[in-house]
Design a protein around this ligand. Structure first.
Ligand code: BDR
Ligand code: CA
Length: 311
């Protein structure tokens, strides 16, 4: 079993990623969920993470609140995509399980120091503020991370919040830069992958057909998500971003990618947060990440639906 920490800003797609992890205790040991400001402000992401755990009946998962603003910038949120609550599309009751007292950054630092080196994988699904702050405050933990598998960035598909940048990296480029230059083994699932994992009608109906509260919620969320993206891109459904991270941990063979150099633009206002990915290896800058480029979307949705049915 692989030990993981999910760092997240739920968000409908974050919520589905959390459910996929909760449905996979055979393969993944979820040590905790650390929340960050992103899609919506921190109080909502910390509440949403707990709502999702409760929906899955997993009230023992420790949930921590982390940074409420990026390392060096003002917070930018995405209610235009996710709705006012961040989880529009399914009505979940307010959570009763507690929020941990410890700050998410302290939890990350303590856990990485205590666990055997190389035994904990971080799964960031939002802006990288918590991880970047932990690395800045406790540089000794960097070498102890087993791997970081994150959703963020783009190459061919370029931007979804500006023409140049993907939302998670755009919101906190300084944190992303710190992570990408950390030397940790990193896997990136960018928009290039997630835009190939679209929520088509039959895929949404397969969630609904589970006939469970979870199936209903996931169908409601993907319906909501899809309405926004259909207007925007006019395509067959919306990209389902964050669950690709958990799917990669469960079935890496569903993905292909290249080990390349990826750097983050932090200086320019025009291209802030751009992931400058040397896909064609036109520089001799050393590779610092496995940048995924393709996904077997049919198998990804089968995996997701089959796992959600277990909850
Ligand atoms: C990313 O931004 C958020 O809106 C989603 O939850 C995902 O993590 C996609 O750009
Ligand atoms: Ca997210």
């Amino acid at each position: 079993r692989r030990k993981i920490i999910i760092d997240t800003d739920p968000g409908q797609d974050d919520a589905i990623a959390i459910l996929l992890a909760l449905a996979s205790p055979d393969a993944l040991e979820l040590l905790g969920i650390t929340c960050v400001a992103g899609n919506v402000p921190l109080p909502l992401t910390a509440e949403n993470a707990r709502k999702v755990c409760e929906l899955a009946g997993k009230v023992d998962v420790p949930v921590y609140a982390g940074c409420e603003a990026p390392m060096a910038r003002k917070l930018v949120t995405a209610e235009h995509v996710h709705g006012k609550t961040g989880l529009d599309g399914a009505d979940l009751p307010p959570p009763t399980m507690p929020l941990q007292d410890t700050h998410a950054v302290d939890f990350l630092i303590d856990t990485l120091r205590r666990a055997p080196a190389g035994s904990v994988t971080l799964c960031p699904l939002g802006p990288l503020t918590n991880i970047g702050t932990a690395f800045a405050r406790a540089p000794d933990i960097v070498d102890r991370v087993q791997q970081i598998v994150l959703m963020g960035g783009a190459y061919f598909e370029v931007g979804n919040i500006t023409p140049a940048a993907e939302f998670n990296i755009y919101v906190d480029p300084e944190a992303a830069d710190r992570v990408m230059t950390s030397g940790v083994d990193i896997v990136v699932s960018p928009l290039d992958v997630t835009h190939k994992a679209l929520t088509t009608r039959p895929r949404i109906e397969a969630f609904r057909a589970l006939g469970t509260r979870i199936g209903e919620a996931v169908a409601g969320w993907t319906d909501f998500f899809e309405r926004f993206d259909m207007e925007k891109y006019g395509q067959d459904g919306a990209p389902l971003h964050d669950p690709t991270v958990i799917a990669y941990l469960l079935q890496p063979e569903l993905f292909t990618g290249r080990r390349i150099n990826v750097e983050i633009e932090t200086q320019s206002d025009l291209t802030r947060g751009m992931t400058v990915a040397d896909w064609w290896r036109v520089t001799d800058r050393p590779a610092n990440a496995l940048f995924l480029g393709d996904i077997d979307a049919t198998s990804f949705y089968s995996l997701l639906t089959e796992r959600l049915a277990r909850l």
